[in-house]
Design a binder for this molecule. Structure first.
Ligand SMILES: [Zn+2]
Ligand SMILES: [Zn+2]
Ligand SMILES: [Zn+2]
Length: 151
């Protein structure tokens, strides 16, 4: 999200994560929280290596396990195009299919929910006897901030 009050984004994301964990009967362990807070420093996608660099405990399995948990719980998205991760802004709805707008210049990720367009797309895929297994759709482009910087 551009022009956000990011302290608010981060606080509400953390609250949401705690609630989701409670609902799942899972613990929001220090490692999970550590990964989550690193990711929520901004809306930019980060690779596992970037995240690991900032972890208190830099052992790779710890970061990977925490990432896997957060992804499965719908709290973060794995951005396939960048092989990186980003916090989800719609974590309230674990079954949502977000549309990620990925800036290829600064790796900022915005997430919109064009529900009708997405369901049309899924319907079209199913008409081809294709079974989609997705949590989000990715669109590459240039974000507003980067656009303004070049014009
Ligand atoms: Zn924000
Ligand atoms: Zn999402
Ligand atoms: Zn950008």
């Amino acid at each position: 999200m551009t022009n956000c009050d990011h302290t608010l984004c981060k606080t509400s994301a953390l609250k949401e994560a705690e609630r989701v964990c409670e609902q799942l009967g899972a613990r929001f362990t220090d490692q999970r929280r550590n990964v989550f807070e690193i990711l929520w420093q901004s809306h930019k996608a980060m690779t596992a290596a970037d995240i690991m660099n900032e972890m208190t405990n830099k052992q790779p399995p710890i970061t990977y396990r925490a990432l896997e948990f957060l992804k499965k719980s719908g709290l973060i998205h794995h951005v396939t195009s960048l092989n990186a991760y980003v916090g989800c802004i719609h974590a309230k709805d674990p079954n949502h299919i977000g549309q990620l707008l990925i800036c290829t210049n600064c790796h900022n990720i915005d997430e919109i929910e064009p529900k009708k367009a997405v369901s049309e797309l899924i319907k079209a895929a199913k008409n081809q006897d294709f079974t989609p297994s997705l949590t989000h759709i990715e669109m590459l482009g240039i974000c507003k901030t980067c656009n303004n910087a070049t014009s």
